[in-house]
Ligand binder design. Structure first.
Ligand SMILES: Nc1nc2c(ncn2[C@@H]2O[C@H](COP(=O)(O)O[C@H]3[C@@H](O)[C@H](n4cnc5c(=O)[nH]c(N)nc54)O[C@@H]3COP(=O)(O)O)[C@@H](O)[C@H]2O)c(=O)[nH]1
Length: 526
């Protein structure tokens, strides 16, 4: 019940996380993408304005080159005024071209020889151009920009330069003198505080109401600014969200479905095990254990197999841990005893002193009355208690005191005890010496590392030394090659198990094998 509750809590938390995290990630990505796209968009607008400003400056420079060297008489002669008109007509962004002395435009492309006072310049640019930002000509309501260098003056219509840029409502533009931070031409809402004195090059920043991009000309002492109201930037969020949020939701739901599938499969496995035990889905295989010096078969290890619904093979590494966790390992052990009780008489009729190893889990070792269960099984199966080996993995010794007491009682009853997979758990030699044990079974990991460069290649030899010191017998498991066998013989290991001598096999095959082989030795007790 407790496990189910924990699993339920795990599923709920897991589903929440697997659903929410991809969606939150998608939202963060949408925001990030939208911010980047907004920045790029507003910077692009500022660049477009700057490009118009640079074209205007190019046209002013070209006019200056043509008129700059002329005297007043030359510039204001009929030919000079024709020249000013040609400059005017060929310049897309100049409204008029003129000849200036002091603050007075002496003659011009639109007024001929009629002088006009343009007033004092607002400021002098870094390149010595005099800038007048509010010049009125014929129409007193129409302000122009006048830029003069030397004797040439160019008149710029203040709306024209920025006229065919994006006209999103609320969008503001400004072309300004970079070193003076003085606007030359502006359109829309531009706040004077946005001309940031500290900006040294292109920047994008956000105010409470706008995204503002500032770009700097590499050719002129000019900059351009574009300011987009935040209210109009949400379009980008919408565009990104339309793609990314559904992907986030899809991934979240997919992960949740996978999680639920995996957990449900695991949760339902105890039920499947119970159902399998009700039918006859479980059977035993027997793997030979041999005397290493003579090569004779001394006994077998009983290994359980599950063919679910009579079809799908479920490996013990999958279902044994689930059964242990769900507290139903005793049902499996009971089935092993029942099957072995059926098979043992056939084997014993061939080899009366054959020994049988059975795997026990932590749950078995902690169960009160388990030694009595083993005794009952032994008497039903005809296996002598001292021909029975209970294999307990190191990892199963969760409660060492309880498991140790069960071992003591087993030994007292004459049952032999082996520590399985030795070296893979957390054994301390201190408690090993106090346990009532007959055999140490070296894990196949260490056997297979023998004679290799692996850092664990020496572990088997150390385990054998420990066993000798504690007066215990050694069984090496997982022997697959003659080389491993040779090394283990050299280390004086007594018993061996592995594919080299036989894979786990059904009863029929084992009986045939026994009938072909000669006599067997009894296993030595420690
Ligand atoms: N509590 C119980 N545990 C059991 C029972 N039956 C098996 N098990 C445990 O499941 C684990 C996997 O066992 P299995 O798939 O049966 O594998 C055994 C052998 O097939 C394998 N083996 C033997 N020789 C070799 C070899 O040369 N090479 C190689 N790659 N594998 C080999 O080792 C397994 C035997 O392991 P062990 O028990 O440690 O001797 C395993 O942990 C079983 O213990 C059961 O009824 N109850």
């Amino acid at each position: 019940m407790k496990i189910i509750d924990r699993l339920t809590a795990f599923i709920i938390i897991g589903v929440c996380l697997t659903t929410a995290l991809p969606i939150l990630a998608a939202i963060a990505l949408v925001r990030q993408q939208a911010l980047e796209r907004e920045d790029a968009h507003v910077t692009g607008l500022a660049r477009a304005a700057l490009s118009r400003a640079e074209i205007t400056a190019d046209q002013l420079s070209a006019g200056g080159r043509l008129v700059g060297g002329l005297t007043r008489q030359q510039a204001c002669s009929d030919e000079g005024i024709d020249l000013l008109r040609r400059i005017d007509l060929s310049s897309t962004l100049l409204q008029a071209a003129g000849y200036i002395e002091g603050d007075v435009m002496i003659c011009s492309s639109f007024g001929g020889n009629k002088p006009r006072n343009l007033g004092l310049p607002d400021f002098q640019s870094r390149t010595n151009a005099a800038i007048r930002t509010d010049v009125r000509l014929l129409d007193p309501d129409l302000p122009y920009l006048a830029v003069s260098r030397g004797a040439f003056v160019g008149i710029v219509h203040k709306d024209l330069a920025l006229s065919f840029l994006d006209d999103t409502p609320g969008l503001g533009f400004s072309i300004f003198s970079w070193s003076h931070r003085q606007p030359l031409i502006s359109r829309g809402n531009i706040d004077s505080r946005w001309f940031r004195a500290e900006a040294d090059g292109d920047i994008v920043f956000r105010t409470g109401s706008h995204i503002v991009a500032i770009v700097r000309s590499s050719r002129y002492d000019q900059g351009a600014m574009a300011a987009l109201p935040l209210a109009f930037s949400s379009g980008f969020i919408r565009e990104s969200a339309i793609i990314l949020i559904p992907i986030g939701i899809f991934v979240g739901l997919l992960l949740s479905a996978i999680l639920i599938f995996v957990v449900r499969t695991r949760m339902s496995m105890p039920t499947m095990i119970r159902n399998g035990l009700k039918g006859s889905e479980f059977n035993l295989l027997y793997q030979p254990v041999v005397d290493l010096s003579s090569g004779t078969m001394m006994g077998v290890e009983a290994l359980i197999r599950w063919r679910r619904n009579g079809k799908d093979f479920v490996p013990p590494e999958t279902f044994i841990p689930v059964a242990e966790q769900a507290g139903i390992i005793s049902l499996i052990t009971a089935r092993v005893f029942r099957l072995l009780a059926e098979d043992a008489p056939h084997i014993l009729s061939e080899r009366p002193f054959f020994h049988f190893a059975v795997n026990f889990s932590a749950g078995d070792m902690h169960r009160p009355g388990v030694v009595e269960e083993v005794r009952r099984f032994a008497s039903q199966s005809g296996i002598a208690l001292d021909n029975l080996v209970i294999e307990v993995t190191e990892r199963s010794l969760v409660d060492v005191n309880l498991a140790g007491e069960t071992m003591r009682q087993m030994r007292a009853a004459g049952i032999r005890v082996a520590i399985d997979d030795f070296g893979t758990g957390y054994s301390s030699l201190g408690y090993l010496a106090q346990l009532h044990v007959d055999y140490l079974k070296i894990d196949k990991l260490f056997v297979q590392a023998l004679g290799t460069d692996s850092p664990t290649s020496q572990v088997a030899a150390r385990i054998i030394e420990i066993a000798k010191d504690l007066n215990l017998q050694v069984i090496a498991e997982g022997i697959e090659t003659k080389r491993q066998e040779r090394i283990l013989k050299g280390l004086h290991v007594g018993c061996a198990q592995g594919y080299l001598y036989g894979r786990p096999m059904p009863l029929d095959e084992l009986l045939q094998l026994l009938r072909r082989k000669g006599s067997v030795r009894r296993l030595e007790a420690a």
